[in-house]
Every structure is written in C-alpha cells, then in structure tokens.
Design a protein around this ligand. Structure first.
Ligand code: UN1
Length: 497
C-alpha cells in the first residue's frame, strides 16, 4: 500500500486546502481498507474563491489568440502521453477499472487534447453574401465565460477533458468539480494542466460533494455555463437550478443501451461485442450494453455461448493486468446492483449466471460483483428500464426485426445502441428507426471516438452534444457581424429591391 495522495484545491494558480481545512478520503474499491487520497471537503467560501479567480482570469484569457490557447492544450496532450502509465495505474487503484481500460481512458484524453489543439486554428465561422451592396456578413465564435464542469468517476480523466478542452480553446475559463470517488485522478490531471502553463485562474479545481459544491456552482451568479455528466436525478436538479438562474447547461445523463442480435448475425462477433459492451468497465459506462435483444431462432445457442465466455472472465483488482473485470466503484454501488438483482428476481427474471457479490481469494475486501446475465426479462420490468450501472445484462427475446426495434426504443433513454445483422437493408432501417444518439452496426454499444459528437436523445441529454466539433457549439456563442462599407445608410428588407 502506498501513502495516500494528499490532494488540494487549485484556485487562481495556487494549491490550497479548503478554507475550513475539512477533508474527505477516496478508497481503493478492490481493497476498501486502502485509502488512495485525502481531499478537501470544500464549502461555499471555496466556491466563491474559485469563481472569483476564474472570472478574473477570463478577462485576459478570452483575448489570447485561439491558436495560442490551443498550444497549451497540445502541451497537455504531450504531458499526458509521457505520464500515461502512471496515471492509468493511479486510476485503476482509485476507481477500479482494468489497467488496459485505464490506459484507454487516458488515451481518450490525449486524443481530445490533440483534436482541440487543432481546433485552435479552425474555430470556423461562416461568411455569406449580404442582401445589400458593399456589405459583408459573417459569424464568429465568442466564448461564454466561466464554465463549471461537474464530472463523474467512471471516466475520471477522459470526461473532464471532453469538457475542459473545448471550453478552453473557445476562450472560456473553467472550474472542475470532480466526483468524490476519484479526487486523485482529477488532481493528477490538474497538475498536468498547471505544468502546461495556463495562466492562474484559467483552470481551477475544487473538490467536495455534489450536494454542496456542485449545487453552489450551479447557483452561483458568477458561473455562466454548467456542463454535467451524471445521473438523471442530478441532471434534473441542476437543470432546475440553471433554469431559475439563467445559465447555459449541457447535460449528459443515463442510458439503457441495447444490442440487437438478429438471426442472420455473425454470432461470434455479436458474442464478443456483447461481452465487451456489457462487462467492460464492469458495466459502469453510460454506454454499457444493459439489454441484449436476441432473435428467438438463435437465442438458445447464443445464450449458451454467452454463459460459457462469461464463466471464464477473470475478476480481480484492475491493477493486475491479468484481470478483466474490476470491482464496482464503492460499497454503495455494490449495494445498488445487489438491490436491482433482487428487484429483477421479484419481477420474474431468471439469473442465469452471477447475481451476487464475487468472493474468493483477494476479493474479500473489495466491491466485486459477478458478471450477471438475466433471462426471461420482459420490457416492462424495472431491470429492463432503469440504469443499473453494473455488470448486469438482461436478455430479451424477440421474433422479428420490427419487434426488436420497438423494444430497443421502449425506454426513456437514448444514448447508445447496436445491431448485429448481415442484412444491409436492415442495418439502414435500424439507423433510421433507432431512437439513440449513437448507433453501431456490427459493433458493441461502447467505444465512442473523440472527434465525433457524443450524446443522447430523449431523457439522456438536453439536446447538446459533447466531443467533436459539436462541443464547440456548447462552449461558444455565435456573434453575427455585418460590415457596411457603402458609406451610406442601407436598409435591409427595404432597399435594393
Ligand atoms: C461514459 O460512460 O460516460 O463510448 C463515457 C464509450 C467511451 C466513453 C463513455 N468512449 O464507451
């Protein structure tokens, strides 16, 4: 066990404790006795200090040319590359994901840095003819101000970067409020931002609880925009506050993603996709496959193979490279998953495999749960409708393509989706008819890339997208510019007719 990392807030370019000096701890979910980090339990006065620092810094940062702002992001990308292994190991200890996946999380942040660094020399607007003579018309992107970034523990490095990087390249300053489970990852990331040479107050970090710090940021009149990835309940609370206080808001919330397996699918491929989609990151992705909608003609064989592969999955601490399935993030998440299994049983679902905490050598002090497959699940059951956020997948049998699409859509959410079929016509129909922000053809529901829009329809989001050039629309406002060089009054809609 190594000594706990002592984390602090980073406000106006200074590392500091909370004003009250109150502290909290993060623990290793693979061994709950191990404290990974201590961090400030911040309060309203700390939030005020962070907002003031970010407001102050915004005055200059918005005037730094975008290509110069972008160079700092490029530097962050280089530093992340240099320290990828160190950060991935820390992540694996702090939130439990398997080491290969933790490397992937950091890789996603690196990709993001280089993508938005390139954006610094684009940030394109439009030019268009004016209806009047000797007049130009164009649009330019303007920053919004101070952005509060409230981020989850499941992608503790990639998601803060998805938000901070487009925000910064557009000329905003940011305050990161990371999840309580992963303060050390957020601190490591902020150290890298600090080393990359952003001026004081451009990037700030404030630790603490969502109820206090997250809420205070959303309420604060000095914040212009809140970007939140979290549960639907938190999203609704923050939306209510931002509505009342007139703030921009970008929400990324729950999912209940499904993979359809049609009778003509390449079954080996569909099987690999299902295992990766359902059990990757121990099912703790917004994009995780939590429903497998399988055609009845192939269901028996497919299920048998699914069980065979699931049985062999290696469970254990993510830091040990031989383990494929790490722990759940904390004991309350473990309880939540257990409760869902009980609910499923009461509703009449059948547990084919798993369904309980994993026990055995080296597992006794961790939040391990066995990869679980539920059968006989019908669309109205809670286990088919609610986000579980654990290694649990529900099998639903269908007898046609139309029924499969209907059931896939029968949820309040709409983030990711997938269909395995070799019929090109069905694939295109699925793209047209599935209600989700992301659809994979012959690929699992997880694995989005940073240069494409990420987000969902229905109750998953509020119409915005993260990542790709779409994120620039969240973090900038269009200014429309008219330049009249005629030297006389020209009246739109009236003159020149
Ligand atoms: C999330 O779980 O909130 O597409 C993000 C994926 C990852 C990102 C997931 N690239 O699965």
């Amino acid at each position: 066990m190594s000594t706990p990392k002592s984390c602090q807030n980073y406000i106006g370019g200074k590392w500091q404790p909370a004003e009250s000096e109150a502290q909290m701890e993060s623990r290793n979910p693979a061994n709950w006795n191990e404290v990974v980090a201590t961090f400030p339990n911040s309060d309203l006065v700390d939030v005020d200090a962070a907002v003031n620092a970010a407001r102050q810094a915004y005055r200059n940062w918005r005037l730094v040319p975008a290509p110069v702002r972008a160079e700092k992001l490029f530097r962050v990308g280089e530093l992340l590359q240099q320290r990828q292994e160190e950060l991935a190991t820390l992540m694996s200890r702090e939130m439990g994901k398997a080491l290969t996946e933790a490397r992937g999380d950091v890789q996603e942040a690196i990709d993001c840095a280089f993508y938005y660094a390139g954006e610094g020399r684009r940030l394109f607007g439009q030019t268009t003819p004016s209806e009047l003579n000797n007049k130009f018309a164009m649009t330019v992107r303007m920053p919004i101000g101070v952005c509060a970034l409230i981020t989850p523990w499941n992608f503790p490095v990639a998601i803060p970067c998805w938000k901070a990087m487009p925000a910064l390249v557009c000329g905003n300053t940011v305050i990161l409020k990371p999840a309580k489970d992963t303060p050390a990852c957020a601190t490591f990331l902020t150290e890298i931002f600090a080393e990359a040479g952003f001026s004081p107050g451009v990037v700030n970090l404030i630790h603490g609880s969502g109820e206090r710090v997250g809420r205070a940021l959303a309420e604060h009149p000095g914040i212009d925009l809140v970007s939140l990835t979290g549960s639907s309940e938190t999203g609704a609370t923050v939306a209510e506050i931002c509505g009342r206080t007139h703030k921009r808001l970008c929400l990324e919330m729950g999912g209940k993603n499904a993979q359809i397996v049609m009778e003509d699918a390449n079954l080996e491929l569909a099987l690999e996709g299902a295992i990766w989609g359902a059990f990757g990151t121990t099912g703790q992705r917004c994009t995780a496959t939590s429903r497998l909608i399988v055609h009845r003609d192939i269901k028996a064989g497919f299920t048998a193979q699914l069980l065979q592969v699931t049985r062999k999955l290696q469970i254990g601490a993510g830091t040990d490279p031989q383990n494929q399935i790490g722990p759940l993030v904390n004991p309350s998440q473990l309880e939540r998953v257990k409760e869902y299994i009980d609910i499923g049983r009461e509703e009449g679902a059948k547990v084919l495999i798993g369904g309980e905490a994993a026990t055995g050598e080296n597992l006794e002090h961790g939040c391990f749960f066995l990869p679980t497959i539920l059968d006989a699940v019908t669309p109205e059951m809670r286990v088919a409708r609610e986000e579980i956020f654990g290694p649990v997948v529900a099998l639903i049998e269908v007898s046609s393509f139309e029924e499969a699409i209907e059931i896939l859509n029968d949820t309040p959410y709409g983030l990711s989706s997938s269909i395995y079929t070799q019929d090109v016509n069905r694939a295109f129909q699925a793209i047209r008819d599935i209600e989700a922000g992301i659809t994979y053809i012959n690929g699992p529901t997880i694995g989005a890339e940073v240069h494409l829009p990420f987000g969902g329809v229905k109750q998953t989001g509020n119409g915005h997208r993260e990542a790709g050039s779409a994120a620039l629309d969240v973090f900038s406002d269009w200014k429309t510019v008219y330049i009249d060089f005629s030297g006389r009054l020209q009246r739109a809609q009236i003159d020149n007719r």
